[in-house]
Ligand binder design. Sequence first.
Ligand code: PLP
Length: 247
Amino acid sequence: MSAGADRLAPERLAPERLAPERLANVHQHIAAAARSAGRDPATVTLVAVSKTHGADMVREMLQAGQRVFGENRVQEAEEKFPALKAEYPDLELHLIGPLQTNKARDAVALFDVIQSVDRERIAGALAKEMERLGRRPACYIQVNTGEEPQKAGVLPADLDAFVIACRDTHRLPVVGLMCIPPVDEEPALHFALLVKMAARNGLARISMGMSADYEMAVKLGATHVRVGSALFGARPPFTAPSPETHA
Ligand SMILES: *Cc1c(COP(=O)(O)O)cnc(C)c1O
């Protein structure tokens, strides 16, 4: 398999372009991809991934009409979103990053959708907090389709049993599946696998596709695409603690 050579590279607009233009551009690509696959574009939800970007940039997207956002860290979302949710009551916030059990209560309190349920301990912790808080965010199960040791997600072979445990033992509102394909592999194979696993388990929602490959994800059946840099521009690079620099 070629190392991502066939991956679709949607044209991107420079970060300094206005939020409404960037948003319209991504919507146009989603719509074109949906139509080319005989799908109604309205069946695809754009999740705007705002991690590392400030509340001001999220507000620009809200003013441009975007309402669904994704964050990968509970604490970062807590710093930005309570005020924005108060301003825009129809804002829908998705957790798309790994969740620790000690953050389960905060996650249930803040997020409307949790896309990263991937183990019994977290399923149990979420169930307990949902009961306590009387709030039931919709849950997706994250699948490690590439079976990468360092990556979160339940292994494909364990998925069906885990879906049953989440539904029957923990009584979680499980509605879909999510995956993040390995960076160096053709994503289409992973997308096709996720679609098959969702159908087999009677799950209607499928979260797959990011800036580099969301059109392909839409063609293959994504109901939710998670797009960050194509909407908000490049994220600041991760900076490790650096040694003293000498001028
Ligand atoms: C950051 C992130 C995205 C968005 O990635 P882009 O390539 O910037 O579109 C999507 N999904 C997850 C889980 C992420 O952490």
